[in-house]
Design a protein around this ligand. Sequence first.
Ligand code: TXD
Length: 296
Amino acid sequence: MKVAIIGAGNVGAMVASRVIDANLADVVLVDVVPGLAKGKALDISDTKPITHSTSHIVGTGDFSDIKGCEVVIVTAGLARKPGMSRDDLLKKNADIVKEVSGHIKKHCPSSIVIMVTNPLDVMAYLAMKVTGFDPKKVIGMAGVLDRARFISILSAEVKNIDDSAFFILGSHSDSMVPIKGSLSISEDMFKEVSGATKNRGAEIVNHLGSGSAYFAPSAGVFYMLKAIIKNEKKLTCISAYLTGQYGENDVYAGVPVILDSSGIREIVDISMAPEEKSLFKKSVQEIRENIHKLQL
Ligand code: TXD
């Protein structure tokens, strides 16, 4: 199995490193900055005698090298700077994702695409439209990360919480909707942790000064990639194209799905409290408005 990673920046290179470390697949790492992908690929390759990985990695600036890749991960774009919202990135990253999606359509016409670039749900929609691929094969990574952040923050307060049925739905933005469901914590604590989770990305950006989070984001991408490559049929939250599910149509949003080697096996319906339903609707509306700004 060969996987392409477009964008050899923080997230892309870290995903590449995780994939090679775990011996999960061969990697083609691509970037427009001359030498960047090649240099990082050589560095990652030099870890193989230490980790005993037999997976192969190449770095390139030539998109035709992604030919034959069965999964394409898109991390190309700008990352948030302090004070910048994910939506500020909309127009700049749309141009990049449009161009990259054209290359994917041409060189990997039957691949599964995992979108990472922000604003995530809008970019997943754009990639689906430009490639013309089956929407079940164009998916976005955000819910895995947002959920992990919530649980990470919560675990500092409470131990042994059963979080197996906990999901965060809607947009990968401040309007994300954590679903309390079976979490046995107080309403106050739920609100506090939800707020901290929404702010986590910006909190990290502010500490770093330049660039945004990439350790947990790359772990989220790796989790989805492994579910696809190993046909794990994992119940997980991703950004998916909705065709009537959750009362929404022709839009991408974070929802629980079963992920397997075909991409989305099915979108899973979970129950929401009336207040959560209306927050979800608002969150999806925000995504839809941003999609309209692209005038596709
Ligand atoms: O949960 C999530 N989905 C996210 C999303 C979590 C973390 C980061 N998130 C977003 O991913 C972030 O807001 C950005 O939009 C992307 C990539 O984040 P990263 O931190 O990796 O950004 P970098 O380090 O700036 O890397 C981006 C690379 C950089 O090397 C550029 O030269 C390259 O993308 N780039 C391109 N590569 C190929 N082709 C084109 N056209 C191109 N344009 C830029």
